[in-house]
Structures are given as C-alpha cells and as structure tokens.
Design a protein around this ligand. Structure first.
Ligand code: NAD
Ligand code: THR
Length: 350
C-alpha cells in the first residue's frame, strides 16, 4: 500500500515551487476538520504523552489515520503500530509535506523541551518551543487544521495565586518553558480571533505514566519514585517533602484531551482551560507508595528544580473545564499509585 510505503522516510522538500496560497485554496474543501473521522498528525509523538495518545486515537479513528512524527529512532513496536515519520519541528517544508501527503485534519503538537531541560539549554528551548510552535501554527492556519497545543501549570509564576490557580489570572512564569507556553496560549488565541483558527489548549499539571520515561520536567520525581521504590526500595527526591504540585494520571490527561478535541467548535466558550486531578507533596506520595513497598526509604536533596516548583501552582482550579464541557478526572492519588505499581511491578519482578 502506498500509505505503508510512506511510513518511515526522511522528508524531502516537496517542491520549491509550492505556492502556499494555491494549496490553501485547493485543499479547503477536503481539509475541513471533520469531527467523525479526522486524519491526525502528532508531533513529538514518541514522548510521554504522544505514545499513549496514539494508541487511543488509533483505536478510535483507525491505525492509518494517525500519523506519528518525531526526531527519535522508532522501536519496532512503534513502526508496526502505524505510520511514523521523521520530522524536525523546525523544518517547515517537512511538516508541510506531511500535512499535504496525509491530508491531515487535526494537528496535536507535542514537540517541546520540558521545564528542567529547557533551563539547561535555553537557546534550544527557544528554537523548539517557540520557533517550532510558529511552524505548526502557520501550517494550521494555511491548511485550516484543528490544532491542539498543550500548556502547563508552568505557564504561571510566583505572582499568580497558587492555591488555587484560576483559569484566568496573572501569568509571569520564570522559566523559558513557561514563557514559551504563555506565548503559545496567546498566539493561538490571537490566531483564533484574527484568522478563525480552531486552536485548542489544555494546561496540564504533572502527568504520571508507566510506559515511557518522562522527558525532563520538574514534576517527574512523581514518576521516578515508582521505578526506584520497586527496583531498589530507595528514593532520593530532588524536591522538599512539603512541595505541593498539581498532578494527573495519564489516562485522565489523555481522556481530557480526546474529549476536548472532539467537541464541536461552537461548544467551546474559551480556547485555553486548566485541567487537573489531584495535588500532592513528595511526603504524601511516599506514604501512598509505602502501602505497597513498606520498606521504601526516602531522602531529600533539593536541587535547581525546587526553585521552579516553588514558583508553580500548588492547587489548580479546573472548575471552568468541569462546568463548560463536563471535564471530570477519575484517578486520585491512591488510585493512581495502585495502577502505577501494578503496571511496573512485573518489570522489576518483585
Ligand atoms: N508530561 C507532562 O507532565 C506535561 C505536563 C504539561 C504539559 N506537557 C506538554 O505536553 C507536551 C508533550 O509532553 P511530553 O511529556 O510528552 O514530553 P516529552 O519530553 O516526553 O516528549 C517531547 C517530544 O518532543 C520531541 N522533540 C524534541 N525536539 C524536537 C524537534 N526539534 N522536532 C520534533 N520533535 C522534537 C522529543 O523527541 C520528544 O519525543 C509538551 O508540549 C509538554 O510541554 C507535558
Ligand atoms: C508540569 C509539566 O509541564 C512538566 N511535567 C514539567 O514539569 O516540566
């Protein structure tokens, strides 16, 4: 099948003579963001969120209707699961070729450097998180795509109310990650008002999952604790024991995204919503994990991530998502810990 032959390929420059406006006119009728059977492109698809989302969307919309892209070498499992294409988010032509070739309707933009790694390489974070965003936003405008760009609790700063942090409040983040996310929120809303772009954005808290390694965030201690507890029964936490942060189990996070993306445009009163499920501190998750691993020993050695965490929301107010499109999480801290331990226990054979 032609589609299968295209699964792994380096993107070629489609044509130096492509006229974007001509494409826009030709494709307007066929790329009309259908709600029932959209063709979906996920950028940064091999990360923590993309891996799980592709499975859900492929079950719902069909394997060949969900195109994964990233700059990482894919595993055999990824290749066999459906179309995967190498695509650097900084390469506009490459992204454009994917959108045209696969007749994409929805673009889920996950390529990013997260908060802690972003602080280690600010120029790269600016390129990937801001220039990359400009590329996908422009593509979505030109080809009339429905576009999802995740934001984060990291889009707030110490001047924001931290307990709780409402949907609309002052945003003065102190990381390049947060600055790039506020830029994304504002640019998306601007494109929506100016050009009618169907831009959608959820601000996620720390997401906890078992099937991929997290990509260098400040909340990732809440994933690492499971691996260390099951493997060595010892865990060193880089945050202080009483650092409270909003969190969410991945099943809830991805369900919120799928429900939000499936809403008809007229059902949305706003374009950017807070979503969350729980808030806890390191000492609270330690107690919950100790229900399964009673001899777990924990030490605390705060590092530069403490300063980031101290500037972020402690409790996230997602009442507007709950009221306006019925968002409701299913996992609390103990429910999340039970499922994480069940999922990871076989890996460490205890
Ligand atoms: N995981 C969380 O806790 C969380 C919380 C809030 C928001 N988010 C947001 O969700 C999105 C996905 O997060 P994640 O946890 O899956 O991150 P991740 O770090 O696991 O994945 C990001 C992916 O982007 C890819 N990438 C990096 N540079 C790229 C480039 N030049 N071109 C193309 N791809 C590139 C990486 O290879 C990686 O697979 C991000 O925008 C992140 O800010 C995540
Ligand atoms: C919170 C979220 O954006 C990510 N997990 C980070 O800590 O950077």
């Amino acid at each position: 099948m032609a589609l299968q032959r295209l699964q792994i390929q380096h993107c070629r420059v489609f044509s130096s003579l492509i006229n974007n406006q001509l494409h826009l006119r030709r494709n307007q009728s066929v790329l009309a963001t259908p709600d029932e059977n959209p063709r979906i492109l996920i950028t940064g698809g091999l990360g923590q969120l993309g891996t799980g989302l592709a499975k859900i969307l492929r079950e719902k919309y069909g394997k060949d209707n969900v195109i994964m892209s990233d700059i990482l070498k894919p595993s055999k499992e990824v290749v066999e699961a459906g179309p995967y294409i190498f695509a650097d988010i900084l390469d506009f032509k490459c992204l454009q070729e994917m959108v045209v070739t696969y007749r994409i309707d929805w673009l889920i933009h996950f390529s990013a450097l997260l908060s802690a790694v972003g602080e280690q390489n600010v120029p790269l974070a600016i390129r990937v998180n801001i220039e990359g965003l400009h590329n996908v936003m422009e593509l979505a405008k030109q080809y009339r795509l429905r576009i999802f760009v995740p934001s984060t609790i990291g889009a707030f700063g110490p001047e924001s109310p931290r307990n709780p942090t409402p949907n609309l409040t002052i945003q003065r983040p102190k990381t390049i990650y947060g600055v790039s996310k506020v830029h994304g929120e504002l640019l998306g809303e601007y494109y929506h008002h100016k050009f009618g772009l169907d831009f959608r954005c959820l601000r996620f808290p720390g997401v906890i999952s078992s099937d991929t390694n997290p990509g260098g965030g400040t909340t990732d201690y809440a994933v690492q604790i499971f691996h260390d507890a099951l493997k060595t029964r010892q865990f060193q936490c880089y945050l202080k024991p009483d650092t409270r942060l909003p969190m969410m189990y991945i099943t809830d996070a991805l369900r919120s995204l799928c429900e939000f993306m499936a809403l008809p445009p007229e059902a949305l009163k706003q374009r950017t919503y807070n979503v969350t499920a729980m808030s806890f501190t390191p000492e609270e998750i330690v107690r919950s994990v100790q229900r399964h691993v009673p001899d777990l020993k924990v030490t605390y050695a705060p590092d530069s991530r403490q300063q980031i965490a101290d500037s972020w929301p402690q409790v996230f107010d997602d009442s507007e998502a709950r009221a306006e499109w019925n968002w409701k999480p299913q996992y609390d801290i103990d429910g999340m810990v039970d499922i994480m331990v069940d999922a990871l226990r076989p890996k460490y054979q205890i």
